[in-house]
Ligand binder design. Structure first.
Ligand SMILES: [Zn+2]
Length: 60
């Protein structure tokens, strides 16, 4: 079995764990049409646009 050759230092261990911590939730992007925050790969709920064309009518 592969074993680690030496003890991982506190700074090495902590910096490794720090990279999994993300400030913003993944998969949330800005809509290119209305610049609202929306889920990636989904039709924008604000303007109904996806891939630069309107796919869902937003009129009330
Ligand atoms: Zn939008």
């Amino acid at each position: 079995m592969g074993n680690p050759k030496g003890k991982t230092s506190k700074s090495k261990r902590d910096s490794r764990r720090a990279q999994t911590f993300k400030l913003s939730a993944p998969g949330i992007v800005e809509c290119p049409q209305c610049h609202e925050m929306k889920l990636a790969h989904r039709v924008c709920p604000n303007c109904g646009y996806y891939k630069n064309k309107e796919v869902v009518s937003t009129e009330k």
